[in-house]
Write a protein that binds this ligand. Structure first.
Ligand SMILES: NC(=O)C1=CN([C@@H]2O[C@H](COP(=O)(O)OP(=O)(O)OC[C@H]3O[C@@H](n4cnc5c(N)ncnc54)[C@H](OP(=O)(O)O)[C@@H]3O)[C@@H](O)[C@H]2O)C=CC1
Ligand SMILES: CC(C)=CCC[C@@H](C)[C@H]1CC[C@H]2C3=C(CC[C@]12C)[C@@]1(C)CCC(=O)C[C@@H]1CC3
Length: 345
């Protein structure tokens, strides 16, 4: 049965703390005087002050051990978004998140901060300065995002001020920074295969890319603002760099920083999208005979050729959010952190 953990207790748990965002979050929490338990299916590092609990978040007993005496939980675990294992997304993001909620309540945890995603409202068409009141996507861009929608709903609906269990969801977008296993590695891999020559569309589409330390800052602000009667209870918050940038300028800056050529030739958006769609249909038809994963999926073409940037006004008003690292500085620090991805390395 729930024994409420003493408020003000600075012991917290990071579910998914071995991952890219999770590890940055753990490092900042330690700086701020928290003691941290990490719960993850893998252990990727060791740090003084961190206790690791290895386990699957779908296992309530394993979670209960890790959440003992913890008053604050960050949930930033998810399967790799590029996977096509639908059952895994459903099991971890939906059923697993329900298990996390139940375990938190049973362990007497007072605050749960979920890492959601701004893409829960994106359907592949332009979003300019989107606010949190946009409806959830009816046709999410992929199954991973469909389960992120369900996950966010579960966590926000679990907020219960009467019972002293408070929840909030952070919606970052395009997280980048040192140790990111996705964005820069995909980009460099595409460049190394000679496929980063083309700009899809006229290149003017604006997108949010968010330096990981700003995402961490948003999470910690949310946790520290989350109190009874706080306006943030049960709500989602966009956290970005608040500096929308042309998608292709961002890509070019990273590529040039790592010694690769920037893309130069323009291709019409509708043409590339149509080709990606055809290729995708072809992979479906041929799936019983051959299996291959194209780089140019319709989803990726939409992400590269449409506007998708979000307002963080609500986070500024309700929790005093302001990015702590500019885009320029974030790109410089990211580029510097990938010596092994430099051209010729
Ligand atoms: N990166 C981005 O641009 C964005 C990310 N987000 C969200 O941010 C969060 C963190 O993302 P990111 O740091 O990039 O992801 P990572 O994959 O780097 O980190 C997620 C961690 O969770 C672990 N994990 C996966 N399944 C389970 C499970 N069943 N039980 C326990 N741990 C598990 C992963 O292990 P393993 O690696 O072995 O699978 C990994 O260590 C996610 O919720 C993601 O949806 C939202 C918007 C943008
Ligand atoms: C803002 C946001 C949601 C970023 C998410 C990260 C990835 C979806 C992108 C990171 C690198 C991008 C990329 C492409 C699509 C989107 C990414 C995977 C292309 C495949 C688009 C088509 C190309 O011309 C090559 C691009 C390589 C990099």
């Amino acid at each position: 049965m729930a024994t409420r953990v003493r408020p003000g207790n600075k012991r917290c748990a990071v579910i998914g703390g071995s991952g890219f965002l999770g590890r940055h979050l753990v490092e900042k929490l330690l700086d701020r005087g928290y003691s941290v338990s990490v719960f993850d299916i893998r252990q990727s590092y060791e740090l003084p002050g961190v206790v690791f609990h290895m386990g699957d978040l779908c296992d309530k007993q394993a979670l209960l051990t890790a959440l003992k005496d913890v008053s604050l939980v960050f949930h930033c675990a998810s399967p790799f978004p590029g996977s096509d294992d639908r059952a895994l997304f459903e099991r971890v993001n939906i059923q697993g998140t329900q298990t996390v909620i139940l375990a938190c309540i049973e362990a007497g945890v007072q605050k749960l901060v979920l890492t959601s995603s701004a893409s829960v409202v994106y359907e592949g068409t332009d979003i300019k300065n989107g606010r949190e009141d946009l409806p959830y996507a009816k046709k999410p861009i992929d199954y991973y995002t469909a389960t992120k929608i369900q996950q966010e709903k579960l966590v926000l609906e679990a907020c219960d001020q009467q019972k002293g269990f408070l929840t909030v969801a952070i919606r970052p977008h395009g997280i980048f920074g040192p140790r990111d296993p996705q964005l820069v590695p995909i980009l460099v891999d595409t460049a190394r295969r000679g496929k980063m020559k083309f700009i899809i569309g006229d290149g003017s589409n604006l997108v949010d890319f968010t330096f990981v330390e700003n995402v961490v800052h948003g999470h910690i602000l949310a946790a520290e603002t989350l109190k009874s009667n706080s306006p943030i209870c049960g709500k989602p918050y966009h956290i970005t760099n608040d500096e929308p940038v042309r998608f292709w300028d961002f890509m070019s800056e990273v590529l040039v920083g790592l010694g690769y050529a920037a893309p130069r030739y323009h291709l019409p958006y509708a043409l590339v999208y149509g080709l990606a769609l055809l290729l995708w249909l072809l992979t479906l038809v041929l799936r019983p005979f051959v299996s291959f994963k194209p780089t140019f999926t319709p989803m990726r073409v939409a992400l590269a050729g449409t506007h998708h940037y979000y307002s963080c006004e609500r986070a500024k008003e309700d929790m005093g959010y302001k990015p702590v690292v500019s885009l320029k500085e974030g790109i410089a620090r990211t580029v510097q952190s990938y010596p092994h991805l430099r051209r010729g390395a």
